[in-house]
Design a protein around this ligand. Structure first.
Ligand SMILES: [Zn+2]
Length: 535
């Protein structure tokens, strides 16, 4: 049963592949070197993970098991402002500290021998299991030029940031990402971001944004992203669309309306989503922005000072923060520590802050501050803060695509740490199992469209995302009766069921549900590179 990815009903047929291309579709009579019997199965384009954080993971483990086993054949990396490049020597230590909790505590495992965006991509080109579409991270660029300074850039600094971004675009970035709840993104004003987005316009780049808050500040944050797109004249992708914190549940109806209105005005704005009600990020994201000024060492210093601790606490109990939505103390039970950097707090993984407070006989704020001090901020959390109704409302919208927001991880080695969010293993099968087969939130055709053609269209991948002759053979074969996610918050390292074959660029990467070790993925090149002569 062939699903073309465009949303059409399935039809019966054979798919003929030669080298890395789909060469023929229909009733194929001639023999083949290798045939896969897919009777009763769905055959569709490989899934495109619109929001991934595998930037470091792929360097350490190019096999990307947790992604390839769920049918992902292309990942968009460099999201939320955090890309692996460009790097400047003078600020490399700040970048290591910054990316460490965001990208999986991997700083000591990497050799850090790249600097420019192209140098980083060259490392990926040595072999990866999935294709990647890389973004340049605004946080990474700002750290390179200004470190963690909480101020506007000087004219010279802005020019330098634009130069770095231009170089990244020349070297193959698909666009610019921001993470405006994280430092240093949160130190950047809208004007600075419009200036940067102006650079990617010349390359038909896309502005991807983890907007300036998804709880109390959700609506103005979304409007800011749209303003940036409209003023700079670039297409916008809203990352991991959601309304976080009980007080904000239901606001997704308004965010979807705002997106529709912007589209009516002519702005190409779309969004992506992961199908879970919990978020996951570094624990330090709970702290007010000023605590992050100067970098991680300064942050830990502030947490050690009793007077500053009182000030942080007072700020957190107010309601002006962009990440934390303080429903007063009740939220502490919803925050689970998912991974810590050192061995000594390993037993805390899987426990909520409320539980740890009882265990340590401390107030929850003190648990938060002391844990960040002990682990030098290397702590990740899973935060249960969305409503299922909102997840479904966003999912049903025709402009929503799917993105895991997770890195490619594995059961063993440096990428196996802690209890990572199950989305790294389960996102795509969960859509097909829970939301298509079991709950009928989406039709199968529409779900596959959101995972294939829709993101390919956004990324301008003109030869992927559709099952069609002369397209690249990125293909998934799955059992529509059995497909489902198995990863949970308690046991995340579980591969899904029902994803039988995955082909990347015509090579079989997954066979009968087992990864066979191929690294046929490519670093994809944006259409604009080499095709445009930017001014
Ligand atoms: Zn994000």
């Amino acid at each position: 049963m062939i699903l073309d990815g465009l949303g059409n009903p399935w039809y019966r047929g054979d798919v003929g592949i030669k080298d890395e291309m789909i060469k023929k579709i229909g009733d194929i009579k001639e023999g083949a070197k290798r045939a896969i019997d897919a009777e009763g199965m769905i055959v569709c384009p490989g899934f495109i993970d619109m929001h991934s954080h595998s930037d470091f993971a792929l360097l350490l483990n190019p096999k990307a098991e947790s992604k390839i086993l769920q049918g992902v054949t292309t990942e968009v990396i460099g999201n939320c402002g955090a890309s692996a490049a460009p790097i400047k020597d003078k600020t490399i230590d700040l970048l290591k500290d910054y990316t460490n909790p965001m990208l999986g505590f991997l700083k000591d495992c990497l050799d850090w021998d790249w600097r420019g965006f192209g140098e980083y991509l060259a490392k990926l080109k040595k072999g990866i299991a999935v294709n990647v579409a890389p973004l340049a991270g605004q946080g990474t660029i700002r750290i390179a030029v200004m470190g963690f300074d909480k101020r506007d850039p000087k004219e010279k600094e802005l020019a330098e940031m634009k130069e770095l971004l231009k170089a990244a675009m020349e070297e193959g970035a698909f666009g610019l990402s921001t993470g405006l709840i994280y430092p240093p993104g949160c130190f950047s004003q809208t004007e600075e971001l419009i200036e940067l987005a102006g650079v990617i316009k010349d390359y038909e780049g896309i502005y991807f944004s983890h907007i300036r808050g998804e709880s109390n500040t959700l609506i103005p944050a979304l409007k800011e992203a749209i303003t940036i797109g409209e003023k700079a004249g670039v297409s916008v992708e809203i990352s991991h669309h959601k309304a976080a914190g009980k007080a904000n549940w239901g606001k997704v109806k308004e965010t979807l309306r705002i997106i529709e209105e912007a589209r009516e005005r002519g702005l190409d704005v779309t969004s992506d989503q992961y199908p879970y009600t919990a978020t996951s990020t570094g624990l330090s994201a709970l702290l007010p922005d000023w605590v992050h000024e100067g970098g991680v060492k300064r942050l830990v210093g502030r947490l050690r000072d009793p007077q500053t601790r009182r000030r942080i606490r007072k700020d957190m109990e107010g309601d002006r923060l962009i990440y934390w939505n303080p429903l007063k103390a009740t939220e502490w039970s919803n925050i689970m520590i998912s991974a810590v950097g050192t061995e000594r707090n390993r037993e805390l993984e899987g426990k909520s802050i409320e539980e740890i407070a009882k265990l340590w006989d401390k107030d929850s704020f003190d648990v938060l501050f002391d844990l960040l001090i002990e682990e030098e901020s290397n702590v990740r959390m899973v935060f249960f803060r969305m409503s299922e109704d909102d997840v479904i409302t966003v999912m049903r919208h025709p402009t929503t695509m799917i993105g895991s927001d997770g890195a490619a991880i594995s059961r063993e080695g440096p990428l196996s740490k802690g209890k990572p969010h199950p989305r790294s293993y389960g996102t795509f099968p969960r859509i097909l199992g829970k939301y298509v087969r079991e709950e009928k939130v989406l039709t199968l055709e529409d779900a596959v469209r959101k995972m294939t053609f829709l993101p390919a269209q956004k990324l301008k991948l003109r030869d992927r995302g559709v099952l069609k002759q002369e397209y690249k053979a990125d293909i998934v074969v799955f059992d529509p009766e059995k497909v489902k996610d198995r990863a949970t918050y308690t046991y995340p390292h579980q591969q899904p069921e029902g994803i039988l074959y995955v082909l990347v660029n015509g090579e079989i990467a997954v066979e009968e549900g087992k990864y066979v070790g191929k690294t046929a993925g490519k670093v994809l090149t944006p259409l604009s590179v080499g095709a445009l002569t930017p001014t």
